[in-house]
Design a binder for this molecule. Structure first.
Ligand code: FES
Length: 80
């Protein structure tokens, strides 16, 4: 068995433009082919995406290493 069901999807965050009022599902498992968003590939892992609604229009850096302690945003954990 692997130690963690979470996979690294990348080694750096990705900049994404969000639109106010829009709901997004950030991939928490790292398996999605549509990073950084969920495509349903977490099925069977026991993990679920982080669903959030953008409060304003703008660019944000979304975590790709899936180690952030403040999902869905990058907190610099990919450097560890
Ligand atoms: S595919 Fe990763 S959380 Fe859904």
């Amino acid at each position: 068995m692997s130690h963690s069901p979470v996979h690294r999807a990348g080694d750096a965050p990705v900049k994404v433009h969000l639109e106010a009022g829009q709901t997004y599902a950030w991939c928490a498992c790292g398996r999605s082919a549509s990073q950084p968003f969920c495509d349903g590939s977490h099925q069977g892992t026991g993990l679920d995406p982080i669903v959030f609604t953008a409060e304003k229009d703008g660019d944000v850096w979304l975590c790709m290493c899936k180690q952030t302690s403040g999902p869905p945003l990058c907190d610099g954990s990919h450097k560890n």
